[in-house]
Design a protein around this ligand. Structure first.
Ligand SMILES: *Cc1c(COP(=O)(O)O)cnc(C)c1O
Length: 349
């Protein structure tokens, strides 16, 4: 059975991690963000690849993801949970030795009561208004919390992918105001923050998308390629429609290839009638609507129709395809579905 194949270049992920690690001073630790199944690319293989490259600290979104990360990594590396210690997490946090990034007074209380003396970090809100203690809350509990010895003080930038955005400097100043003099390890920068320069690096950076080849890290080595097998080709006469709702009609005799893969695999319907697939270096336009399991493509101009067409690869990056789909590479990657056969490329280990 022909299945779409998603190739994931682990060497490229390791290369990107090393390059982002080198982008900060040698005293600055570089973690790896592996939430959402490592941005859809596979938590286990990606976590192990980053650990071999040298990463000693990882970030996930939830305690359940942390449990999976611990199973993949084994004892040793620190695993931090962005959502903190939510109701019912205590056993997972204890058993998998996770470090929750506590983000409210309620969470601090819950954690100290359920797991006294267990590791934790603190998440501060410096202007994004999504997660973390606000300045006044932090002031009220800081003396007591600092006494308990947090591993890390963390905040997140809302606009780091836009170096000219005024909020970056505001958040930086707020982070200094809330953490200077604590003597504790601090972290403000994800991929975008690393690229903003050393003032944003503090003690630890937390890249995610840059590891996986996406903007704003323009210099990233490409990580994923995706090829969709051709199931059938047919000649379509002028005036005949293709696909649901007849949104494309042939103007001239056309050879149409139907490829395996559709919106159930994460190829958004916004790609209908606009995206390109590639036969080597020849672009082939998507015609008609993307359906659940199939995409129809105009291959009239090809001398021979290949066995598969490329949706991601040397001719089309995750950012280019995300732009066409009117989304961002983060969403494109995390939507890549379980039906795609994941193939891991790795030469050096
Ligand atoms: C997702 C996330 C990251 C990683 O961000 P990238 O832009 O993918 O590098 C870092 N920190 C926090 C708090 C996050 O939610």
């Amino acid at each position: 059975m022909a299945r779409p194949i998603l190739s994931i270049d682990l060497d490229a992920i390791a290369t990107n991690w090393r390059a982002l690690d080198r982008a900060s001073a040698s005293g600055v630790q570089t973690a790896g963000v592996i939430k959402a199944d490592a941005y859809g690319l596979g938590l286990g293989p990606v976590a192990q690849c980053l650990a071999s490259a040298g990463a000693r600290r990882f970030f996930v979104a939830t305690a359940e993801e942390g449990t999976d990360a611990r199973a993949a990594l084994g004892p040793g590396p620190q695993i931090n949970v962005f959502s903190g210690h939510t109701e019912g997490d205590a056993a997972l946090i204890r058993d998998a030795d996770l470090t929750p990034m506590l983000n409210s007074i309620e969470q601090i209380t819950r954690h100290f009561e359920a797991l006294p003396n267990a590791a934790f970090g603190i998440q501060l809100d410096t202007g994004m208004n999504r997660l973390g203690l606000e300045e006044a809350e932090w002031e009220s509990v800081a003396p007591y919390v600092l006494e308990a010895g947090p591993e890390l003080l963390l905040s997140h930038l809302a606009c780091a992918d836009d170096p000219d955005h005024g909020l970056n400097e505001v958040q930086l100043a707020n982070f200094h105001a809330m953490t200077d003099g604590t003597g504790l390890p601090r972290s403000l920068a994800a991929t975008g923050g690393i690229l903003l320069g050393p003032a944003y690096h503090f003690d630890l950076t937390r890249p995610g998308i840059g590891l996986y080849g996406g903007r704003p890290y323009e210099g990233a080595a490409p990580v994923v390629s995706l090829s969709l097998p051709v199931i059938q080709t047919r000649l379509v006469a002028p005036g005949e429609p293709v696909g649901y709702a007849c949104t494309w009609v042939a103007e001239k005799p056309s050879l149409i290839a139907t490829v395996q893969g559709g919106y159930a695999d994460g190829f958004l319907r916004t790609l209908s009638n606009t995206a390109l697939l590639w036969a080597g270096e020849d672009p082939c336009p998507v015609v008609g609507r993307v359906s659940m399991d199939m995409i129809t493509v105009d291959v009239s101009h090809l001398a021979t129709v290949p066995e598969s067409l490329s949706l991601l690869g040397p001719m089309q990056s995750i950012d280019q395809l995300a732009d066409t789909a009117q989304t961002i590479s983060y969403e494109l990657l995390t939507r890549l579905g379980p039906r795609l056969k994941r193939r891991y490329l790795e030469s050096r280990r």
